[in-house]
Design a protein around this ligand. Structure first.
Ligand SMILES: [Zn+2]
Length: 48
């Protein structure tokens, strides 16, 4: 993931929240530094 789903700008510099950090969120996500949209990192899910 490298660009925002909402504003299509670069997500570098955004705050990443890992799957275990926000209670029990199943996936990690990045908060866009430009618009604040939550960009789900689907690759972070536990897919065992
Ligand atoms: Zn954005």
């Amino acid at each position: 993931m490298d660009e925002c789903i909402n504003c299509q700008q670069d997500l570098s510099g955004g705050v990443y929240t890992a799957p275990w950090e926000d209670g029990d969120n199943e996936y990690g996500y990045v908060i866009c530094p430009h618009c604040g949209a939550k960009n789900i990192d689907w690759a972070s899910g536990d897919d065992d």
